[in-house]
Design a protein around this ligand. Structure first.
Ligand SMILES: C[S@@+](CC[C@H](N)C(=O)[O-])C[C@H]1O[C@@H](n2cnc3c(N)ncnc32)[C@H](O)[C@@H]1O
Ligand SMILES: Nc1nc2[nH]cc(C(=O)O)c2c(=O)[nH]1
Ligand code: SF4
Ligand SMILES: [Mg+2]
Length: 210
């Protein structure tokens, strides 16, 4: 296939720059502990300095991959599919999620919300970033809000973001991994004083799994 044809397919979302895919246990948030197949799509320009997948940022280093292959493969592993990245919403998620749903699979997304919400999702984890704030509509649709806490100011940011979410949205504070020893006591204290929040840990890192 010619380069332009591939780019056209990527633009439509029928090909996606695939970084990796793996069957594991969802480590974070509401579905923590649940087996799920992860599809990690390349490309992100949000630029979180503590991002734990910086290799995902440059989309050009990840091969444009036919979503039909991705979906056929995913279906052999799990009925719960987590789409993450990179920032999956940099791409049109309509074709991928439609194909996953046609196979009867549950579609979950991990997103910063920095780009327009596309796709048909059973579960939306919104993890907003100060550098590039979410676009309006996703706050109404998010099932969980997961704010990463790197310092004290992130608790103020967390409250600002929570104020924008819908009433059913489950609220999580998750320690930034590299400073976990410092921020976990702060998060624990904050959650006990403000019990509308829950703690989320990156449990897969404790379990030594992907
Ligand atoms: C790598 S991101 C990819 C999805 C999307 N770009 C986002 O940020 O939501 C997946 C999840 O990991 C979180 N995350 C990334 N780096 C982290 C770190 N160093 N410590 C804790 N959580 C982190 C993000 O906030 C997000 O909830
Ligand atoms: N096990 C596991 N759970 C996760 N939850 C969110 C992840 C992500 O990177 O989006 C992630 C991940 O990379 N691994
Ligand atoms: S938005 Fe997500 S993928 Fe992008 S830099 Fe931040 S944590 Fe990493
Ligand atoms: Mg991760």
């Amino acid at each position: 296939m010619k380069n332009v044809e591939v780019l056209e397919k990527v633009n439509k979302g029928v090909y996606l720059p695939l970084m990796e895919e793996f069957y594991t246990i969802q480590g974070e948030g509401f579905y923590k502990g649940t087996a799920a197949y992860f599809i990690r799509v390349g490309g992100c320009d949000v630029g979180c300095h503590w991002c734990d997948v910086k290799e995902s940022w440059n989309a050009e280093t990840h091969p444009p991959t036919d979503i039909e292959h991705i979906v056929a493969n995913a279906a052999t592993y799990s009925d719960t599919i987590v789409v993450t990245g990179g920032e999956p919403l940099m791409w049109n998620m309509e074709p991928l999620t439609t194909a996953l749903k046609n196979k009867g699979l549950k579609t979950h997304i991990e997103t910063s919300g920095a780009y327009t919400l596309t796709g048909n999702w059973d579960w939306i984890c919104l993890s907003p970033k100060k550098n590039k704030l979410p676009e309006g509509v996703i706050y109404d649709k998010a099932h969980e809000l997961k704010v990463i806490v790197y310092n004290k100011h992130d608790l103020i940011f967390a409250e600002e973001q929570a104020a924008k979410t819908n009433a059913d949205c489950i609220l999580y504070l998750q320690p930034e991994w590299s400073v976990r020893d410092k921020v976990v006591p702060m998060i624990v204290d904050y959650v006990m004083k403000n019990p509308k929040w829950k703690v989320s840990l990156q449990t897969h890192k404790y379990l030594n799994i992907p």
